[in-house]
Design a protein around this ligand. Structure first.
Ligand SMILES: Cc1ncc(C[n+]2csc(CCOP(=O)(O)OP(=O)(O)O)c2C)c(N)n1
Ligand code: SF4
Length: 272
């Protein structure tokens, strides 16, 4: 079994991330999950969109695809259908996954295609300087909402569950010891898996919203995140400002590339 550090392209360092950014914690958690499962490096593909978080694919020593903004899931779908033996991991930001890529996200989950989507949720468009995303909480400030966001954010985990994803988990950069296990379970699920990783962006989000520096943002995560079972026991008013972490949903449904192979067999056999 390899040490997780062997999964990085160290010649690509230093990375572009700001001091205090949580993206490195989430990227390391993906590498640790791969090391834990001892995945074949030559059969593991990492696909990302565009954004600060999506730059992670360039630092990871696998076959990697840094695609177009919002389009990581379609590219990953193509990779998986072309070679269902591959482990395909998607790295995506909250804007990438739920704004411009929102429809792909919903339909990836609906198909239950075997992708492991790690959603780096920093609640903002980090790379382009702080525009609001569909996961920016109501009343928080963004360059596109200097007086506060009016829209309600949606919950990407509930959205994925409603659309048909068969494994859903949420973790945070503060709970760095738990995150690799949540990701590893997602990789093991033969279907569409979502791991929402809540991560601090002190520059484009925290600063504008007076949330303090990165340690202060991590502290806030530690106070707001509650393990699922304990969260379920809280009264609605106690749940205010808090969110559940851990494995949130598991179910079974036919995996898309496998189902599609039956279509190919039928077509080759001349059956309808
Ligand atoms: C089609 C297209 N539209 C817009 C952009 C500009 N753009 C680059 S990254 C980005 C948002 C990044 O935010 P997010 O996906 O949340 O990732 P983060 O940078 O926060 O990790 C945008 C709008 C682009 N590159 N391509
Ligand atoms: S802008 Fe935010 S998300 Fe992007 S590298 Fe800086 S801290 Fe990280």
């Amino acid at each position: 079994m390899k040490d997780y550090e062997e999964y990085f392209r160290t010649n690509r360092l230093p990375h572009i991330w700001c001091p205090g950014c949580g993206n490195g914690i989430v990227m390391k958690s993906i590498a640790k999950a791969i090391a834990k499962l001892d995945l074949d490096q030559d059969k593991t593909v990492i696909v990302s969109g565009i954004g600060c978080s999506s730059r992670a694919s360039g630092y990871m020593d696998f076959d990697t695809l840094h695609t177009a903004h919002g389009r990581a899931i379609p590219f990953a779908t193509g990779v998986k259908l072309a070679n269902p033996e591959l482990n395909v991991i998607v790295i995506t930001g909250d804007g990438d996954c739920t704004a411009i890529g929102g429809n792909h996200f919903i339909h990836g989950a609906r198909r239950n295609i075997d992708l492991t989507v790690v959603l780096f949720n920093n609640n903002i468009y980090g790379m382009t300087g702080g525009q609001a995303s569909p996961l920016t909480p109501t009343s928080k400030k963004a360059t596109t909402a200097p007086y506060g966001v009016v829209d309600r954010p949606f919950d990407p985990c509930q959205l994925a569950q409603a659309a048909g994803a068969t494994y859903i988990a949420r973790g945070t950069a503060f709970h760095a010891a738990q995150l690799p296990d949540l990701i590893a379970k997602g990789i093991q699920n033969k279907g569409f898996s979502l791991i929402e990783a809540i991560t601090p962006c002190p520059i484009s989000y925290g600063r504008r919203n007076k949330l303090g520096d990165s340690p202060a943002m991590l502290k806030l995560m530690s106070e707001s995140a509650v393990p699922l079972t304990a969260y379920g026991k809280l009264a609605p008013e106690q749940q205010e400002g808090k969110f559940p972490i851990g494995v949130l949903h598991e179910s079974h449904f036919g995996e898309y590339s496998k189902e599609y192979s039956h279509v190919i067999e039928r077509a080759e056999g001349g059956q309808k």
